[in-house]
Write a protein that binds this ligand. Sequence first.
Ligand SMILES: Nc1ncnc2c1ncn2[C@@H]1O[C@H](COP(=O)(O)OP(=O)(O)O)[C@@H](O)[C@H]1O
Ligand SMILES: CC(C)(COP(=O)(O)O)[C@@H](O)C(=O)NCCC(=O)O
Length: 328
Amino acid sequence: MDQMNNAPAALDHFRGDDFSPYRFFTTENWAGFRADTPMTLTEDEVRRLRSLNDPVDLDEVRRIYLSLSRLLSAHVESSQMLFEQRKRFLNLSDVSKTPFIIGIAGSVAVGKSTTARVLAELLKRWPASPKVDLVTTDGFLYPNEVLRRENLMDRKGFPESYDVGTVLRFLSDIKAGRPNVSAPCYSHMTYDVLPGEFQVVDRPDILIFEGINVLQVRDLPEGGKIVPFVSDFFDFSIYIDADEADIHTWYVDRFMRLRDTAFRNPDSFFHRYAAIKEEAARAIAENLWQTINLRNLHQNILPTRPRADLILRKGPDHLIEQVALRKL
Ligand SMILES: Nc1ncnc2c1ncn2[C@@H]1O[C@H](COP(=O)(O)OP(=O)(O)O)[C@@H](O)[C@H]1O
Ligand SMILES: CC(C)(COP(=O)(O)O)[C@@H](O)C(=O)NCCC(=O)O
């Protein structure tokens, strides 16, 4: 497979010499990895899986996601084989299977949810992984009541707005092969964690864990106990990347479309913006982007990109233009 000659400027610092940890692929080269992987989704299914404003279609699934699901499935199969061999070797007959965990990171509004849903559906169709669960990190945000009390409402999505202890406990239980592990749920409608609502994850073959900060590393507490990073539990990680100006446009466009749809619901946290003038609503979206999400992208999300095993770089039309895969 040819290496890509022209990496995007934004990824330049990763390459340019033989010591770059990544190998870059054009989408044409990447699509070749698909080999004889059959298309297992229909146009209708893809339409159902995509988020508002995300134009992913069967061509994009063919170009990008079939190869990716083939690569991931190879990882899953080999980790399952290794697990079985170690179990026999160490005579660990009572040890239960542990799920393969895939982390998906990237900015707010970059399209993580669509990628996660499409991948989950494709991976379910591989023999090694019929059971795939998807959990998003927003359920692990502190409830608005706590964020307000701690003056963190305009830091939603920043590391301090998540209950990291609960995230680590959740992932550690999943990795230990425990049955019926609960993850808290979040509603974009109420803009808050849903009290008493949980998603139960019961020993899947694969868990996809998606959220802006999943590749975050934290400072080690001085002299304190060393705690793991969320990504220590990942077997494979993906960063969805795009030009900052494009993500900005997608965020504002999505907000304006939600204003005509979801915000009309009186239960929506943003209901008040359904009634105001278009320009005023646009200004609100700009402010949320500039003061919260863009800052978070600069300070906490983009710096984690070099930690990913795979970077999917999107162009202005939301379609993936380059793929960077960490060399083994
Ligand atoms: N205010 C909102 N009301 C309803 N749905 C929303 C709102 N904000 C975001 N969403 C939806 O929530 C999902 C997650 O969005 P986000 O966290 O920005 O990640 P991404 O765009 O990378 O998937 C998307 O499907 C998006 O369309
Ligand atoms: C809930 C989010 C932090 C995303 O969280 P994630 O699912 O990635 O953990 C984000 O959608 C958000 O609400 N950001 C705060 C600013 C805003 O309203 O856009």
